[in-house]
Design a protein around this ligand. Sequence first.
Ligand code: MLT
Ligand code: MN
Ligand code: ZN
Length: 298
Amino acid sequence: MLLQVLGTAAGGGLPQWNCACPGCTGARAHPERRRRHASLAVRAAEGCWYVVNATPDIGEQIEDCPDLRPGPGARQTPIAGVVLTDAELDHTLGIARFREAAAGFEVLATAPVRQAVGEGLGLDAVLGPYTDVRWRELTAAGCSLGGGGLRVSAVPLSGKRPRYAANSTNSGDSWSVALRLHDSGTGRTLLYAPALAVWSDAFDEAVRDADLVFVDGTFWDDDEPLRCGFSTRTATGMGHLPITGPGGTARRLARLPGRCLYTHLNNTNPLGNPHAEQHKLLAEWGIEVAAERMVIEL
Ligand code: MLT
Ligand code: MN
Ligand code: ZN
């Protein structure tokens, strides 16, 4: 399995356009600290890639990766579609940027996410006159990506939904899912969970079974959003388990056999500064922070 990290930041990115917090100011002064919205590209077959979540940065993210650039035909793209973990704006606004897709493109999403993006966000009506969006339902049973040996399935996580879908009558825990990508050729499994509101038994089983895990690293600790003054809710209250503290994910990840990386870092997260002392703790626990544009052959 070949993976290309396209971005590692939470909504807003690093720096965020209207933010002068220490993290965003630091990223303006030190461009190597900049992070684009969290996303990943996975190769399903030779010249056939799927993007996991379509962010507001998608155009630049594609340009930055030679494997994802168009050609040799004038309007030929190796990008076959998008797989969504949820309906949040930082993971879906980039879908609109695919309006130029001459051959159309696929979007794989769970039923509530498909309805929120298609109807709530209005992308069915908006994109219909431009291109052919082919929806495929993402389920726990899974399906093949690109017709080869790569399968994607959903591990339902929680009912956490975007604010624009607050009134949706859809219930259940497939609003926010982890993606399980399994390559039958290598026998390797990737688990991608950029938003983790609860560490359920099903998620626990899925992480144990994975060779590589990307996990929600939005906040370092539970009080970070309150302390930094941008929210009246804790990290957990916002639907993101923190890295450290009693309900933190680090102590659980540290015990896993597979390689673990944090992604979806908020601009308030001290890990955005490469000199922060928190990196030493993570290293002791054997956990990494995903880097921009990293390539992983699994
Ligand atoms: C989230 O990760 O909780 C959402 O993307 C929040 C947001 O940016 O609105
Ligand atoms: Mn987000
Ligand atoms: Zn900021």
